[in-house]
Ligand binder design. Structure first.
Ligand code: AMP
Ligand code: MG
Length: 622
């Protein structure tokens, strides 16, 4: 079944009682209306779309699609909408979705279709699993259009329950992993809080924490606030396959074909009929043709016949097994093998074994790696929808900073942070705007922030947020937007400014990192990295690995400590980690010598030699 045989129907025929008796589908959401979001996601999945509505028919008609009211009178519920759709449906199947589900899966049709066909069912509905409980979503369903009459008689008899007519048809459930995609928006509060176009306030995010003290904030709380506060940039582009390397996939890629496309041979040998294997004594089969990879045999072996076949060759009709060539003797066009050499079905690869047509080959949010390029190529995909690159502006602050090429006056240091930050952003695949050094001067800082805000999605600064720093930083950042200053329970890198600033109708997320060169990197890796990836539409949480600590490490409980380390294979072949030299927060050399960071969590106390610890590897990180 492909999308040409499926019509889409948006169910918008309810009274919207829980939303205060307003027409739900027409409620503003994400810069347009709820129903517009649903249409946008549904359209690419089906041949045509219609809306089922019982009020404001003109407003729905303005979307340029047919609007069908219920045939059964009296706001009889979603089933009456489904009935109206099935009766008017011009295709063999109808896919119904509710108008209050603006996050619906982009592969809903393909996956319900696959489930319906596999089960030979009349209706396939989506289910998800939350905390081990199966949650059916009967309003997200694919139905055979010829079931209209069964449904009409159920409704005419007074039936209203979505699942009330299931006993009269064949129903199958299709499990979806992403429960969030099926979220319904039922109340005004949900409408407001889930609206992607409405920026959250830091205070709202913070209020979700049980105890919040900005002056003693645990690392995991800071990470959670940042994660909840930042939002993906919704802008995508289509790029040629090779250019997609390292980019973030913007939509699920649904396989248009079966891979492999045909049943084929896993060996060089002879394709035969499994029924010929049941003979007693030696099995003798006449070779009638040869099938090569890319050149199939058109002959159909009869009983007692076989086809010589190469690895990847298409299985001839009627054949279901391959005997490898080394297990047979060939004499005068006849092969001979002992009984029990193979079993029926051996050495055959099934069509669609790697990937079935209609299933998701790659999920949106994935950062595309070389293997993914190959996979996409194997599907014949030439262009890939990716998120647009994230624009990140950054600058260093401090009167003592000198740029490379300038003389190093007494008491000054070269600005190294701009280079480490450049390196980390570059590896994340961002578009980078390097704004240089900004003096410790309120007017200069404000001008830099405003310029960055108007040109970038995110701003990264270093220096000027520590306790000793002049108060104007706080004042300016607070004036420009919604920014908070934290003292985080961590070492190195205690101070951090975070939030969003706005100017000239534009806004940008702000990460005010500390000035110390190592603290900058630690804060970037543990706070900014995941947030930036999230803004890029990717989900890539930090992966910690376990390794044995060679030596004892002193550590105070109550804060997270990050120690630079070198991970290597121990004598027993298992990974072990050794802390590198001095751990001072300004000492970049030990960072450069390290290949990982040992993460000693809040509650953890001193580590004994030989104890296992968490480690974050630098390579592959950014
Ligand atoms: P601050 O957070 O501004 O008080 O800076 C803390 C320490 O980090 C000071 O010793 C600064 O000189 C140093 N520092 C700040 N920014 C940079 C930078 N961009 N490159 C190198 N060192 C810096
Ligand atoms: Mg400074």
């Amino acid at each position: 079944m492909d999308s040409a045989s499926i019509s889409g129907l948006v169910l918008a025929g309810g009274r919207g009682t829980r939303m205060g008796s307003v027409d739900k589908g027409l409620q503003p959401f994400g810069g347009s209306t709820m129903v517009a979001h649903v249409l946008e996601r549904l359209r690419p999945q089906v041949a045509s779309v219609a809306i089922n509505a019982n009020q404001n028919l003109d407003a729905y008609g303005a979307f340029g699609v047919p609007v069908w009211p219920d045939d059964t009178p009296g706001f009889a519920g979603p089933l009456a909408g489904l009935e109206a759709g099935l009766r008017r449906c011009a295709t063999q199947y109808l896919l119904a979705v509710p108008c209050d589900s603006p996050f619906l899966p982009t592969d809903l049709a393909a996956r319900l279709a696959a489930g319906l066909q596999a089960a030979g069912a009349d209706l396939a509905l989506a289910v998800t699993e939350e905390n081990g409980l199966r949650q059916p979503h009967p309003v997200f369903c694919l139905v055979k259009a010829d079931k209209a009459e069964v449904l009409s008689s159920y409704l005419a008899a007074g039936g209203r329950r979505m699942d009330g007519w299931y006993p009269q048809i064949k129903v199958t459930e299709v499990l979806f992993e992403d429960a969030a995609a099926f979220r319904n928006i039922n109340t005004r509060d949900e409408l407001r809080s889930l609206d992607p176009a409405r920026p959250l306030k830091l205070a709202e995010v913070v209020s979700c924490l049980s105890a919040y003290d900005p002056d003693a904030l645990p690392v995991r709380d800071a990470q959670k606030i940042i994660r909840d506060f930042v939002a993906p940039v919704r802008s995508t582009e289509q790029v040629a396959l090779r250019a997609a390397l390292g980019r973030v996939l913007a939509l699920d890629v649904i396989s248009p074909i079966n891979v492999p496309a045909h049943d084929n041979s896993a060996m060089d040998g002879y394709a035969l009929r499994g029924s010929d294997l049941s003979a007693d004594g030696d099995i003798r089969l006449r070779v009638i043709d040869t099938a090569y990879a890319g050149r199939a045999s058109s002959l159909v072996p009869a009983a007692g016949e076989c086809v010589r076949i190469m690895t990847g060759g298409v299985m001839p009709a009627g054949c279901d097994s391959v005997v490898p060539q080394e297990f047979v003797r060939e004499e005068d066009g006849v092969i001979v093998m002992a009984p029990g050499t193979i079993r029926a079905g051996d050495n055959r690869r099934f069509a669609g074994e790697d990937l079935k047509a209609g299933s998701a080959a790659l999920r949106k949010g994935k950062v595309i790696r070389p293997a993914d390029l190959g996979l996409l190529a194997s599907l014949g995909v030439a262009e890939v929808p990716v998120q647009r690159r994230l624009r990140v502006a950054f600058f260093s602050t401090g009167d003592e900073l000198r740029s490379i090429g300038q003389p190093l006056d007494e008491g000054c240091v070269y600005d190294s942070n701009r280079y480490t930050i450049y390196g980390m952003l570059q590896r994340l695949g961002c578009d980078i705007i390097d704004m240089g050094v900004v003096r410790d001067d309120p007017a200069a800082l404000e001008a830099a922030l405003v310029e960055a805000c108007e040109n970038a999605d995110a701003i990264i600064t270093s220096g000027g947020v520590s306790v000793g720093a002049a108060d104007y930083t706080r004042q300016i950042m607070a004036r420009l937007g919604d920014v908070t200053f934290w003292k985080i329970g961590m070492r190195p890198g205690r101070p951090l400014a975070f939030g969003r600033i706005a100017s000239g109708g534009k806004s940008a997320f702000l990460f005010g990192l500390p000035g110390n060169p190592v603290a900058v990197m630690v804060s970037f890796y543990f706070f900014a990295r995941e947030a930036l990836l999230r803004m890029m539409g990717a989900e890539a949480p930090l992966e910690l690995v376990r390794a044995r600590s060679v030596a004892a490490i002193r550590k105070k409980p109550g804060r997270t400590e990050y120690q630079r380390g070198v991970l290597a294979r121990g004598e027993d072949g298992l990974p072990e980690v050794r802390i590198t030299g001095s751990q001072g927060s300004g000492i970049l050399r030990s960072m450069s010598e390290a290949n990982c960071m040992v993460v000693l969590h809040d509650e953890q106390a001193s580590v004994q030699a030989g104890e296992m610890v968490d480690v974050l590897l630098f390579e592959g990180l950014v």
